[in-house]
Design a protein around this ligand. Sequence first.
Ligand code: NAD
Ligand code: TYD
Length: 336
Amino acid sequence: MRLLVTGGCGFIGSTFVRMALSRGHQVTNLDKLTYAGNPANVAEVADLPGYRFLHADIADAAAVANALEGVDVVVNMAAESHVDRSILDPATFPMTDVVGTAVILDQSRRAGVRRFVQVSTDEVYGSIPHGAFRETDPLEPSSPYSASKAGGDLQALAWHRTYGMDVVVTRGSNTYGPRQYPEKLIPLFVTNALDGEGLPVYGDGQQIRDWIHVEDHCAGIFAVLEHGAAGEVYNVGGANERTNLDITERILGLTGRDGALIHHVTDRPGHDRRYALATEKLSTLGWTARVEFATGLADTVEWYRANRAWWEPIKSGEYRAYYQAQYGDRGSAPRA
Ligand code: NAD
Ligand code: TYD
């Protein structure tokens, strides 16, 4: 297949691009190269004959139309993806996650692509105290990020209902692995711990996320791309619920640090307490999560230990201003 992957220089996108090429597909990677887009993430495939890169914005209709020539399937991963940045600067999020998604959906419809895969998130459901979200549950997003993703997700489904376009939506859970920008919990805490710096745990640290390895998440997206039914939504979760403090303590153990690095800081506003996904629907497509969490996390820590050249330049650039705005004046919170 000839795939157009957007956001292919980001964390999940670059893993997906490598997986697609290794499975024999041709890939056009369209990426705006925001702060989170890093050409180094795809450097090892940059010269392969089946790969081409286009530096463009998914909200640019002409550039997208050009990129779509000869494309069979679109996988739309491009997004502003970080909840905390969405709280600091909410208005930038709908520009890509809502408007950009509408533009690429419509250009894909005009180009007659065979299938459009919208990569969404479990955060569109909001928080769940018990049980697990099913694909039919209502969307109650809490943050500007998740509200923007819900907008993109619903538009994709509307393009199916209105135009009969072949659209599938994936809602993935919290993802971890190599090459994740060090603003999200795991890469931030791993790189801070490697440097002996504090780990800012929001509130009591008892919030729960369902963690999935990036290879499993990408395999789930592939299963939906290849076998999902048009107009359907598929949860992609790891069945691996962990509190943030559990993650923090594991990272301290794997980096040889102790609990003195933990700082309980003022909680995130609108913080979702727990995410959990029912994944039976995806299982019917033959998918199952394969990476065991203890192994996946240990390998991820080793990747960051071995690849300082990847993350040290990131943490010394624009990141410093972000880190100051995000954590500089944050008060402390009591321990649980
Ligand atoms: P990321 O922030 O690492 O990468 C996003 C990529 O999109 C970057 O390469 C960036 O340059 C590019 N991009 C941003 N705006 C663009 C635009 N307007 N046009 C073209 N490219 C643009 O994100 P990620 O963590 O790899 O997430 C990928 C997708 O998966 C997102 O849609 C996200 O909502 C979704 N998702 C992420 C997680 C997670 O835990 N990381 C979980 C579930 C779903
Ligand atoms: P994050 O990686 O930002 O993903 P999301 O908000 O999309 O779930 O955060 C995961 C969890 O970790 C979330 O409950 C917030 C918490 N967290 C902290 O406690 N401290 C931090 O510095 C960060 C970045 C996250």
